[in-house]
Design a protein around this ligand. Structure first.
Ligand code: NDP
Ligand SMILES: CCCCCCC/C=C/C=O
Length: 336
């Protein structure tokens, strides 16, 4: 009989997540039925969406999330023990899955990991997974960047932002990043070779953009929202494009009482801006192609993909709270 550890949402979030929102429990799993597989988590992904999406789940539910797991028992002829899979089974160490009953229309929730060669399978949660596809498709398809254009990225030292910045650099764009510490700013400039980077906690955003992009911004990849983004949008050039990927500055706010920011319509109208939000699942039909394209960028030496790793399943809540507080450079992961 297999026992899984899992985290449940003990209490709904109210503001920033705290220890007492989470409870670690054990659960005995049933015997495998025909068509089912048993998987054991190796890596768990720690993602910002867990915070806003959890507003819609009831206390007692397993905390949502994705993982890379190993098949340790199979009652399904199409899946073999030892294969590594990506699955969306939440914060748990062991899960029973029936691959044939999973929905296929929205976000990919289960697949056997493609061959990454010598690279770590953990990349399937980051640069070769959902955040990687978010960066690739969300930037290229919505911002439509051209060589020589000026690109601004918020949360630029994180998993998605750092990836977008490197794609923009490889296209010959002038890249400006904003992040929340001097250490991150140095990393963006020295390691990723951004043309300019600023600490948004200590530097006024409008002043920074007047300095680094006096003629304005062509493309803005927005991970943050709020007042920060209003400031960037008022520095866009005519016909600028904004890809609204995330709004992390509001994720801890009560959805019924969101912060007020300067209205955007004057900038949108008079600069004729195109502003488009997206959820990466819109590219689920080309998901594996996105992974291949990012794998090729890695093989060509065009992508650096740091991982911010916390050891131990029990430390998932700390890793999650740390990510929301900006402790990471690159992708946040927990190694079981
Ligand atoms: N639309 C989609 O389909 C998807 C959207 N996303 C979004 O992309 C964004 C980045 O995700 P991901 O790369 O996984 O996470 P990151 O690796 O970027 O980690 C989150 C970062 O957000 C920054 N942050 C936290 N609070 C604030 C704040 N109040 N203001 C500004 N920055 C803040 C912190 O960096 P710092 O030190 O710089 O503050 C932190 O490191 C998120 O908004 C996420 O929701 C991600 C995947 C898919
Ligand atoms: C169960 C996987 C859900 C992934 C959602 C990804 C979209 C993220 C949006 C904002 O962060």
């Amino acid at each position: 009989m297999v026992v899984t550890k899992k985290f449940i949402l003990e209490k709904s979030f109210n503001g920033a997540p705290r220890d007492d929102n989470f409870k670690l429990i054990e659960e005995q799993l049933d015997e495998l039925k025909n068509g089912e597989i048993l998987v054991e988590a190796i890596w768990l992904s720690v993602d910002p969406y867990i915070r806003p999406y959890s507003n819609h789940v009831s206390p007692g539910t397993t905390v949502m999330g994705t993982q890379i797991a190993k098949i340790i028992k199979s009652n399904n002829k199409d899946y073999k023990e030892g294969q590594k899979v990506f699955c969306s089974t939440g914060w748990r160490t062991h899960s029973i899955i029936n691959p044939s009953t999973l929905g296929k229309d929205k976000m990919p929730s289960f697949y056997v990991l493609p061959d990454f060669g010598n690279l770590s399978c953990s990349l399937g949660l980051g640069v070769l997974g959902m955040p990687g596809n978010t960066a690739l498709f969300g930037f290229l398809n919505i911002c439509n960047p051209k060589p020589g254009e000026t690109v601004v990225i918020s949360a630029a030292a994180g998993a998605v932002g750092s990836h977008v910045g490197q794609i923009a650099k490889s296209l010959g764009c002038y890249v400006i990043g904003f992040a929340g510490s001097d250490h991150k700013v140095e990393w963006l400039k020295e390691v990723l070779k951004f043309d300019a980077a600023f600490n948004y906690k200590t530097k006024d955003v409008t002043a920074a953009l007047l300095e680094a992009a006096p003629h304005g911004v062509d493309c803005y990849f927005d991970n943050v929202g709020g007042e920060f983004s209003s400031s960037v949008i008022y520095r866009m050039k005519n016909f600028g494009r904004v890809s609204v990927c995330g709004s992390i500055s509001s994720y801890n706010a009560n959805p019924k009482d969101l912060p007020k920011v300067p209205m955007l319509q004057p900038a949108i109208v008079f600069k004729q801006l195109k502003i488009e939000g997206f959820i990466v699942s819109r590219w689920s039909d080309v998901w594996q192609n996105g992974i291949e394209r990012n794998l090729n960028l890695i093989k060509e030496g065009k992508l650096i993909y740091p991982e911010h790793i916390t050891q131990g399943f029990e430390n998932l809540p700390q890793a999650f709270m740390g990510m929301l507080n900006g402790e990471n450079i690159g992708k946040v992961l927990v190694k079981v």
